[in-house]
Design a protein around this ligand. Structure first.
Ligand code: ASP
Ligand code: MG
Length: 627
């Protein structure tokens, strides 16, 4: 017998018939011998309707009153679902967030959950009742006991947080799509259902998956080891398992506001190769990486920064296993690139730097919290560590530094983010999913946990492909390469609550006016772009940087998959596919499980279609999604 939390979204409880269907589905789960906690959203578009109503009364309604208003939608649903279950002879009780005591911060309209009292639910479950809980809402634990809501789409978060607090076996999210898909089926008709995906992959696919599953819910699932099943409420077909891969014995207090960073990882044995002044033509990155893949070296971080005039800089790091001499690896690469240069005479400058380390911070909590990257840069600056390269993804920031600085850097980051060492623990996942138990060892390097990935049988190295057209690109020219400069830059943006997505620092350093300078490029949401441009242009005199350039017409194309860790050549293939379609790459950033390229906006859809089919994700099963 299992304890299952089932969450039904707005469309799943959108009418009397749908509510009756939900009751049937819950009863079946109970008959199969399970205890069930049901979490529901407001019926259909109720919440939108309430928002509209409020704005008819007031231009700027007070947030507290908005919460009092919006929380009513879910209260309607719990009562009706509970009645429908009782009609089927199933004893139930409905509870609001306040009745359960889902305690949140006092941040009206976007509160995070602090903790959940489980006593009342547990007591009702012990009496064989189904407990129907209102999603999206909570209560503050101040003397006012104010009602709060968690932000739009927040009932996913309620459901997963309840599953974590109750230590449920898993959480099912019933929705109006069949599960998580390999890409957006409205853009790529050959998109297919993914049967299993890790929470990390899901978070890196945030821009693809966010409409189906709230990233905060995935963050909780990952941090508290709650397996999730995303499935359609219209069929009995299984959907997608979203699975945590690392055991986390976290405390259940400060559930959503604990540390934004989970891990500090490092690799102190890397080489850095920089290709400077590469012509800005499609196909160059592809040709360079095709050469390198043939040398059998393990390429790790790749960045390509913005072009200046008509050239790009590409830099990448290579893992140098101790049994290979770094020097020998460097020579092989130089030889390969020289051979290529002789035939194509394309590259102006190649440098190989040894004794390079990569330090990274990783954690789902950095999503939507501006300032985490800035804090990393500031801690490194305070420790006297110069940052040579930066590459970011949704849930990770990596900096390339001198290997001699690695120890300082790692201890500074441990301190700054209060990260403890990862202990020697076991993660148990029901064997019905064929995953079994595995031992994660004591090492704190994420690479060491790859065993968990292979258990998810990544026969395909790429799990999904995402297109993000909501970002704009900003470039700052000639940023002085002083210790602490990037920290100041991103702290400035964090102060204005600007979330920065992809950050790339150019590997090219030039002396101008007696000061070494580098270009820095990053992406932010379209809605923030103009404000950021102005803010940075205003700060130019104080900080000593040059022109600030905004390009709004970009698309970010990402491929995500834990399997790529063990498969060299994935990056080369991605670049090659884009080249074959004459798509020029403007920026590249990578994490272990994701490669993102910025391309011109009008090429975005063509790019994801090409990549989707090149990585073998296309299928013939037609997936229906609501418009
Ligand atoms: N009813 C809320 C909304 O529409 C919460 C949810 O559906 O998850 O945002
Ligand atoms: Mg919803």
């Amino acid at each position: 017998m299992a304890l299952i939390v089932q969450k039904y979204g707005g469309t799943s409880v959108g009418s009397v018939e749908r509510i009756q269907a939900v009751a049937q589905c819950v009863c079946q789960t109970v008959k199969a011998g399970n205890s069930v906690v049901v979490v529901v959203s407001a019926m259909g578009k109720t919440t939108d309707g309430l928002v509209k109503l409020a704005h008819e009364i007031s231009h700027n309604p007070i947030h507290r009153e908005m919460d009092v208003l919006l929380s009513t939608g879910e209260q309607v649903s719990i009562a009706l679902v509970s009645m429908a279950l009782q009609e089927l002879g199933q004893p139930t009780i409905s509870l609001t967030g306040a009745q359960v005591k889902i305690i949140t911060e006092s941040e009206p309209t976007r509160a995070r959950i602090l903790h959940i009292e489980t006593e009342r639910i547990q007591q009702q479950l012990n009496q064989d009742k189904v407990v129907v809980v209102a999603g999206f809402q909570g209560i503050t634990n101040t003397w006012e006991w104010d009602i709060t809501t968690l932000g739009r789409g927040g009932s996913d978060t309620s459901a997963v947080a309840l599953a974590a607090a109750l230590r449920a076996d898993y959480c099912e999210i019933y929705t109006d799509v069949p599960g998580i898909l390999t890409t957006d089926p409205r853009l790529v008709p050959e998109a297919q259902l993914i049967d299993k995906i890790t929470c990390d992959e899901m978070l890196e696919l945030a821009s693809l998956g966010a409409k189906v599953l709230h990233p905060r819910a995935v963050e909780i699932a990952r941090n508290y080891c709650v397996p999730l099943m995303i499935r359609s409420s219209w069929t009995n077909e299984p959907g997608t398992w979203v699975l945590p891969t690392k055991p986390q014995m976290r405390s259940l207090t400060n559930l959503e506001v604990a540390r934004p960073v989970d891990y500090v990882t490092f690799d102190a044995k890397q080489l850095r190769v920089s290709l400077l002044q590469v012509p800005d033509k499609s196909g160059i990155a592809a040709r360079v990486f095709r050469k390198i893949v043939h040398q059998n070296v393990d390429v790790d971080l790749i960045i390509q920064s913005i072009h200046e005039g008509d050239t790009n800089d590409i830099a990448f790091t290579i893992r140098t296993p101790f049994f290979k001499q770094a020097e020998a690896v460097a020579q092989t690469i130089i030889a390969a690139i020289r051979a290529y240069q002789e035939t194509e005479a394309d590259l102006a400058e190649v440098t190989v730097q040894q004794n390079i380390a990569k330090v990274s911070i990783a954690g789902a909590g950095m999503i939507g919290r501006p300032g985490v990257a800035a804090k990393m840069f500031a801690s490194l600056a305070d420790a006297g560590v110069n940052i040579q390269m930066i590459s970011t993804s949704e849930v990770k920031v990596s900096c390339v530094i001198d290997a001699l600085d690695c120890e300082y850097a790692v201890s500074a980051l441990h301190k700054a983010f209060e990260v403890d060492e990862v202990g020697n623990r076991e993660l148990r996942v029901p064997t019905e999913w064929g995953l079994g138990t595995w031992d994660l060892g004591e090492d704190m390097e994420i690479e060491k946990t790859d065993a968990s990935f292979s258990l998810l049988t990544p026969t395909l190295s790429i799990r999904g492909i995402a297109l993000d057209i909501d970002q704009a690109r900003l470039a700052i020219r000639q940023v002085p390469d002083h210790l602490g400069m990037v920290a100041k830059l991103f702290s400035l943006l964090a102060q204005h609550k600007i979330s920065v997505d992809m950050i790339i620092q150019s590997p090219r350093c030039r002396m101008i006016d007696g000061v070494p300078r580098r270009d820095i490029a990053f992406t932010v949401a379209h809605t923030d772009a103009e404000f950021v441009r102005e803010t940075l242009a205003k700060a130019a005199a104080e900080f000593g940087w040059g022109e600030v350039i905004l390009d709004g017409a970009i698309a970010k194309v990402s491929i995500v998959g834990a399997g790529m860790v063990r498969q060299p050549g994935v990056a080369a293939k991605m670049f090659e596919v884009l080249a074959q379609h004459q798509i020029n790459i403007q920026m590249i950033a990578t994490s272990e499980i994701k490669i993102s390229c910025v391309v011109a906006q009008e090429e975005g859809i063509k790019a994801i279609r090409a990549l989707h089919s090149a990585f073998g994700l296309a299928g013939s099963q037609k997936i229906q999604v609501p418009v």
